[in-house]
Design a protein around this ligand. Structure first.
Ligand code: C5P
Length: 220
């Protein structure tokens, strides 16, 4: 039996987009479909890794060959990621985690009759899970972050990404250009992988499955 190059490795992947509830029927969300994270989980499993997928509101089917941990909010994703990261060789944070959540969740539906013509929402910052995982990671473990950016200029994009890499303290950062019609909702992706020092170690574009393999190659 041929064993894949990731045989014996325990990999945790987060995918999808968190939803932050406003009231029992509404949430603040984002357009992440989860396809890139799911492709990474599938590719890693095919290459022999033991994969856990922390899945936030996927709009695509999860692979059957991975262990699935469904979550919805950033707080749930954090709890799962922190617990599972302790046993993982590699954590790949592909999920789009909400930077903010509503300061309060209304018990009942927010009613327009009570709010009038304008409604202001007060939001509070969510904890940065990637940064926390990077700070807590044990020697020899890898933490990989994503940076979805709308910056069209390559140099400006790389400058942003390097700043993010420093702020997060992760081992690799996968930069992907997103926009109204690319990145999140689409089937293709275009990425640049930076290592800890900010050097480009891979660039890929194409199907999310082919991009997934290139990311896994790059992080070794
Ligand atoms: O800061 P920004 O949202 O651009 O960072 C993106 C990276 O950080 C992604 O890997 C995402 O999963 C992660 N993230 C996180 N916790 C947050 C926000 C983002 O782990 N609250």
């Amino acid at each position: 039996v041929e064993q894949g190059d990731l045989h014996g490795r325990r990999i945790v992947v987060t995918a999808g987009g968190t939803r932050e509830p406003l009231d029992p029927v509404r949430y603040l969300g984002n357009r992440s479909s989860g396809r890139q994270g799911v492709a990474i989980a599938r590719a890693a499993a095919r290459r022999g890794a033991t994969v856990t997928l922390i899945a936030a509101n996927l709009e695509t089917a999860a692979p059957s060959e991975v262990e699935l941990v469904p979550v919805s909010t950033a707080a749930e994703l954090r709890e799962a990621a922190v617990a599972l990261a302790a046993e993982a060789d590699v954590v790949i944070m592909a999920a789009a985690v909400a930077d903010y959540r509503p300061a309060a969740i209304s018990e009942g539906k927010i009613k327009k009759d009570e709010q009038g013509d304008e409604l202001s929402l007060r939001l509070v910052r969510n904890p940065d899970i990637l940064k926390e995982l990077a700070e807590k990671r044990a020697e020899g473990r890898l933490v990989v972050g994503f940076a979805a950016e709308t910056e069209p200029d390559r140099d400006a994009l790389l400058a942003l990404a390097r700043k993010k890499l420093d702020a997060k303290g992760c081992d690799f950062l996968v930069v992907n250009v997103v926009g109204w019609d690319r990145g999140f909702a689409s089937h293709d992706n275009e990425i640049i992988v930076l290592d800890r020092g900010g050097d480009i170690v891979a660039e890929a574009s194409g199907s999310k499955m082919s991009v997934a393999d290139r990311i896994l190659d790059a992080i070794g």
